[in-house]
Design a binder for this molecule. Structure first.
Ligand code: ADP
Ligand code: ASP
Ligand code: MG
Length: 446
């Protein structure tokens, strides 16, 4: 058995799903279990509709909902299924607009519709292509806690359900599951966090004892950088789990950070492949570390982060200053990515700024805070970085006049990260490529 996961762009239209059907058909001998994302940008649209509905824009929200319904109808031709789902969804949206409140639980209820629909649509396309496909509702097999919008799987329950339902079906049928969606023990819908279909694929792979997990997307594999930042990157043919996890964590959204965890535990190789160019061999993620003459394997970027410089002359040397700072982030449920300290300043980067006002108010009770917006994190990843002298010097030489802030070598020591102004991001990544990827180890790069 293998798991084949197809992301949003791979199922964005009827034509894309036809391509997916052909890819799956050519691999039936490996007993594929298929995990699919919502079609295209459906999840973003559902979330925008939900937020609109509670902000007094009920009619616009319903208008967008009908557009999304028409899109699903047009691409799938499955009138009854689509109508039924959108009927339920529009009731929900109307209810929300009356209440004027959006809880994490209702966000999950709404965002689940993308994968609920796409998985039914993909199953039907497969059947039309002569594939003996069967739909399994992911909410019946992936069990999580109740941390809505980023729920944690309860592994033993989930693995037991997967073994009971998916494994027997997969012997002579292609099981299709929606990614991202799950439910608690009591059957309340949850989701695994944005980009969570990769996580579903890894959980399913671990639960059924798959020999391989294939993540099909819209790029040739893991590249030396995000092609939307700088298009001149190279394909990484082989990378270790540890390096891939580091890259995912620091913004390479080609893979969800949690994906690799269940796969590592069971030693299941993960492949990243391009559904538009299935002949390309992609990237293989392996548990062993991979020798390479290149010190840096890839460069991850996080665009649009916010830096806070927190300063307190009075508190800095007093004990408890750091604790107080981090209590503020905890209380405001805001996670911090990078931290650096210098003299009397603690600098942190934030990914999400929904609760920035609360964070600032709390911090300003005991410190001065500067806010730097439009910043980006650049992170160079490679297992050899800690063993190699002079990497820092090469980075600074390559960056030339570009100012690098908050330079830090990660605790894992497998990366060096720093912050630049977003306007300098592309230039910085290009210069780093010229420094680190002019000569490529043919065993590792494609
Ligand atoms: P999917 O819908 O298939 O899950 P995503 O949009 O989540 O696809 O991930 C694929 C995208 O990840 C690519 O289109 C690319 O823009 C981005 N990406 C970021 N960093 C990298 C990287 N290092 N290598 C490849 N793709 C990357
Ligand atoms: N559809 C979900 C999202 O957009 C999950 C995924 O595609 O991985 O976040
Ligand atoms: Mg993704």
């Amino acid at each position: 058995m293998i798991v084949m996961k197809f992301g949003g762009t791979s199922v964005e239209s009827a034509a894309a799903i036809e391509r997916v059907a052909e890819i799956v058909k050519s691999r039936l001998d490996r007993k594929p279990v298929v995990v699919v994302s919502a079609m295209g940008k459906t999840t973003n649209k559902l979330l925008a509709i939900a937020h609109g509905a509670i902000s007094g824009e009920r009619d616009q929200a319903l208008g967008k909902l009908f557009e999304l319904r028409d899109f699903h109808l047009r691409e799938s031709g499955m009138e009854r299924t689509v109508e039924q789902h959108f009927q339920e969804l529009s009731e929900l949206i109307k209810g929300l607009s009356v209440l004027g409140e959006l809880t994490p639980r209702s966000i999950d209820a709404i965002s689940s519709f993308g994968e609920r629909l796409s998985s039914l649509i993909v199953t039907s396309f497969f059947q039309k292509h002569g594939i003996h496909a069967v739909h399994v509702d992911a909410r019946k097999v992936i069990v999580t806690d109740n941390r809505h919008t980023h729920a944690n799987p309860l592994y033993s329950e989930t693995y037991a359900k997967l073994a009971e339902t998916v494994v027997p079906l997969a012997q002579d049928r292609v099981v299709v599951l929606g990614g991202f969606i799950a439910a608690t023990n009591t059957g309340i819908g949850t989701t695994l966090g944005r980009g969570g279909s990769d996580f579903t694929a890894a959980i399913v792979g671990a639960g059924i004892g798959a020999e391989e997990i294939q993540i099909w997307t819209d790029v040739d594999g893991m590249l030396t950088c995000d092609p939307t930042v700088y298009p001149g990157g190279h394909r990484v043919k082989r990378i270790s789990f540890a390096e891939a996890a580091e890259l995912a964590y620091f913004g390479a959204k080609v893979l969800h950070p949690a994906t690799v965890i269940p796969a590592i535990e069971k030693n299941i190789p993960v492949l990243i492949l391009n559904s538009r160019r299935p002949q390309v061999e992609g990237t293989r993620i392996l548990s062993a570390s991979i020798a390479s003459t290149n010190i840096v394997k890839s460069i991850a970027c996080k665009k649009k982060v916010t830096v806070l410089n927190i300063r307190s002359l009075r508190m800095f040397l007093a004990h408890g200053f750091l604790r107080r700072i981090f209590e503020v982030f905890d209380r405001n449920e805001t996670s911090v990515d990078m931290v650096s300290t210098s003299e009397v300043t603690v600098s942190v980067t934030l990914d999400e700024t929904q609760r920035l006002a609360g964070v600032l108010a709390d911090l300003r009770e005991f410190s001065d805070v500067d806010v730097l917006e439009d910043q980006s994190i650049i992170c160079l990843v490679g297992e050899k970085i800690p063993m190699t002298a002079g990497v820092g010097a090469r980075i600074f030489k390559a960056l030339g006049p570009i100012n690098a802030r908050m330079v830090s070598e990660g605790a894992s020591s497998m990366n060096i990260g720093f912050v630049v102004d977003s306007k300098d991001l592309t230039q910085a990544v290009q210069s780093l490529h010229e420094e680190f990827f002019t000569e490529l180890d043919p065993a590792v790069f494609g």
